[in-house]
Design a protein. Sequence first.
Length: 433
Amino acid sequence: MRQLIFQIGLAKGAIFFLDMAAYWLVVLLSGLRLTLVPQYVLLFVILALSLYAFGAYDMNRNLGLHSRVLGSTAGVLVGGMASLPLLFLFPENIHRTQFLVIVFSGFFFTGLSRTFVMGALQGFLPERRVIVIGQEDEWSPLFEEVSARMGGKLSVTAYLNPSPASLDETLTDCSGTCGVLVADPKLYALPGVQAHGEFLQRTGVEVAYLPKLAEETLKRIPMQCLRHHSNYYTTALGNISPDPAQRVFDLVCSGLGLLVALPVMVVIAAAIHLEDGAPALFRQKRIGLNGRPFTMHKFRSMSLHASGTEGQFEEEAQYVTRTGRVIRKLRLDELPQLWDVFRGVMSLIGPRPEMESFHVQCMDTIPFYRYRTRLRPGITGWAQVRYKHTSTHEDYVHKTEYDLYYIKNRTALLDLQIILRTVETMLGMKGAR
C-alpha cells in the first residue's frame, strides 16, 4: 500500500511540474519582463495553492470529467482573484492583458491536463492485492470506498474470519505481491496470527493498518476505525490542545475582518431593523473549548415568534425574512462571529459549535464526539467544507468523522485548504439555507 501511495505522490508531482512548465511557457510567450519575476512567482504560488485546495492534485479519487474540470476551473478562478490584492502592492504590476492571458490559459490547461493526463497516469499505476484481517460483512463497504478513492487500484484477495486455522492458512498463501491490511486489531492479535504477520514483513510483505490508509484517502476517520482502534485514537486525540500560533492568527484576522466588514454589518443591521424590528443580532448558547458554554452571535435571519428567540424553526422557510434569505445565501449572517473569534471563545477554523442540548445528546450516542471540544469551535471547518448540511443523526456521525480528522491532522496547509474551499462555498452559495 505504501508503494501505491508513493507512486500516486509521484504522479501528483508530475502534474505539478507540468503545470509549472505550462505556466512559465505562457508567461514567456505573452511577454516576460524580468522586473516582474517576483510577481510571476507570487501569482504561480497562489494559483498552485488554490488548485491544491480545490483538489486539482488529488489523484486518490476517481473523478469524472465534470468534477475534474469544475475543480480545476474553481481553483484557477479563486487563485486569480486572491492574487489581485497582493499584486497591487508592487509598484509595477503585471499588465492586465497578460494577467488575463495567464489566468484563462490556466482555465484551459488545468482542465485539459486533469481530464487526460491524470487519467493516463492513473492507468499506469499498478494494481495492489491485499488480504484484509477483518470480517467481510463489517469491513467490505469501507474498503470499497477506500479502493474507489485510489482509482480502483486496490483489490481484496480474501477477508479473514475469526477462525485461527483459516487465518494461518490464508496468510501462508500470501506472497510478496500481496499485502496484509489490518482492520480488526483483536483478530490480528489471535495466537500465531501476529507472529505470522511479522514473519511476512521480514520476507518483504507489507503489513499496514486500515485506519491510516482510510485517513489518507478519505480525509476523515471512519467511526468503525475509531471503535476498533480506540486505544490509538484515545491517545492521539487526547493529546490535542489549542495552538498559540492559531490564536495569534485568529486575533489578527478577526480584528482586520471587523474593521473591513463594519460598514457592511451596519447596513445589514439597519436592513433587519427596518424589515422586522429589533434586535438585529441573534444570541444563542453554544458549547465551546473543553465543553464550556458561551454565547454565539449571528445576524438574525428569521422573524421573531412568540418567545422572541430563533432556532426552533430553522428548517421552516416561512420564518426566514427577505433580508435573512440574502445574508444566508452569502453567509453574511455569520459576520458577528468575528467578534466571538476576537474575544477568544471561537476560532476562524474548527469544529462547528453545537447547542448544549444537542451536544449532550451526541455525547451519549456518538463515540469520540467529546474530542470535538479539544479545540475552539470555528466559523468554518473541515466538516463544513467537505460534507453536506446535516439533517439526520447519521449526517452528524459523518460530520464528526471529518471534525476528528481535522483535530488529529490539523496543519497550516489544511487550514489554507479550508479557507479557500470556504471562499468557493460562499461564491457558489453552496449549502446555504
